[in-house]
Design a protein around this ligand. Structure first.
Ligand SMILES: [Cu+2]
Length: 154
């Protein structure tokens, strides 16, 4: 009991930012495979904010790419355009999905070609927290096992 209290006191007194998976969980990350020679790839993921405060995604990077930007695809009069978003807020107790035709991480300037089956290491930055590293498999599309709805391919 005594050591538990000591540990608790230490934890509460520590001023360094923390990021526990029970505050912000990043999951189901994947990178859409692109043709050889592609200079950009898109990464998708889901962010769960389990806290009572809004959390802010403020950047990402990867040792495998020159840079990573947060983008949002928006449709105006049927025309899609991608807009860079420097920061994206996730409201308290909300989930934000990065998915095709919406938010995505734009992976710019691959240092090496990536094929389906490879992995991308992504460093995700949230304001006030320690950066989170995630592991995103490269695949041609959403895994068939996770996709039970009828759809067509172009
Ligand atoms: Cu983009």
């Amino acid at each position: 009991m005594k050591s538990w209290l000591a540990a608790l006191t230490l934890f509460c007194a520590t001023p360094t930012p923390t990021l526990a998976a029970d505050v912000i969980a990043v999951h189901d990350a994947w990178v859409r495979a692109a043709p050889p020679g592609a200079t950009v790839l898109a990464a998708y993921l889901t962010i769960d904010n389990h806290s009572a405060d809004a959390q802010v995604l403020s950047g990402a990077s990867s040792p495998q790419f020159a840079r990573v930007e947060i983008h949002r695809t928006e449709f105006k009069n049927g025309v899609a355009s991608m807009n860079a978003q420097p920061r994206v807020a996730i409201p308290a107790h909300a989930t934000l999905s990065f998915a095709p035709d919406g938010y995505h991480l734009m992976l710019i300037g691959p240092r090496n070609p990536l094929r389906a089956g490879d992995h991308v290491e992504l460093r995700i930055r949230f304001d006030g927290h320690v950066d989170q590293w995630i592991h995103a498999p490269v695949r041609t599309d959403i895994a068939p096992a996770a996709d039970t709805t009828p759809h067509h391919h172009d």
